[in-house]
Design a protein. Sequence first.
Length: 393
Amino acid sequence: MSPSQKPKIAICLEYSALGFGGVEVLVAELVRQLSSYYRIVLVSKDATEAITGSPLGHCIVDHFSLLPYAPTWKCGKPLADFLKRSGTYLAHFHFGSSYSWGVRFWNRCPVIHVNRAGIVVVSTVHQAASILVGYCGPRKPLWFKLALLPIVWISKMHELSHQSVVLGVSRESLAKLSCWFWPLSQRFRHLYHSRLELQCEPAPMVLRKNVVLCVGYLAHLKGQTILTAAFAKIARRFPDWQLHFVGSVAEKDYEKQLARFIMDTGLSQQVELLGQRRDAMELMKTSAIFVQASFFEGLPLALQEAMFSGCACVASRISGNDELITHGRNGLLFPAGDVDALAVALESLMLDSRQRQSLAVNASRSIVERGMTAEAMVNAHRELYESLYNNSP
């Protein structure tokens, strides 16, 4: 098929497509992989010049730039007109949470305008923490959230009615979404995401550095302070172990809090904030232990990759994490926010190299057995798009 004969689709992201968060890197991976089969219009909060000059530039045929500081809903009609003029038949929106893309405002979500323009719409919800999360400030009192929920729920149902398929990234996310928005539950499906290449072998179980690694942007919900407090409880008994944090800063106050805690506890020689790194997976292949201490996740990409890379993994017992880890078989789980329980789990792994080895081998094998690969992800997307293309008017 010549390039001009390929169907044209839009992949829509409410953030920058050049970022390093889980949603951003997965969307970038989809753009790269799907560009062999489709002409892709990328929608993101980037300047078009930045996109065309990036590695994604050769993978797309056009770019629609969301205004960096304007509410997303203001782009609805212009985006719909742009996609209609360009001959796009399908738009895939990626939601960071259930209420992204201005859903809480009646009739303003871009999904509605795009679908009204005759374009098939699908979406992926990357995080489904709670039906009460995402439509107002997290510090609002419960009574306020409950009072506002019916209004927001009706607006969300209106948006969902303009979609053909909604994808959840984990089975638990799928169950939650189907329950919360039950009148349209038949539109929800499950699809795993991954960047892992099928031809790549899991990392060999070689001698690893005494490093506890955590990868993820610095923010309260990622639980870095919980991990640091747990490490502080045992660090003096393990002076040859290091704790390394990799990730960009999402909350500056949180970064300052974390840095101050490291200083106050005298851990400066054992704990390092490495910032954003492009070699995160290489660090996973040499680190002994990986920790995901989050309070909320969809299907955590970093944990998935650490398991494949041969780390002994410890994670909070929350949705997404517990879909990847079976406690005691391919990793360890602890109650989210429980510093003491995390310290016990870390200490047990630091003391027992055989346990680390066993968990790591089983973890790597479990990722492969469950088909969490980029190839499986792309094939599933292609099957979905083609079924909708064949059934479109």
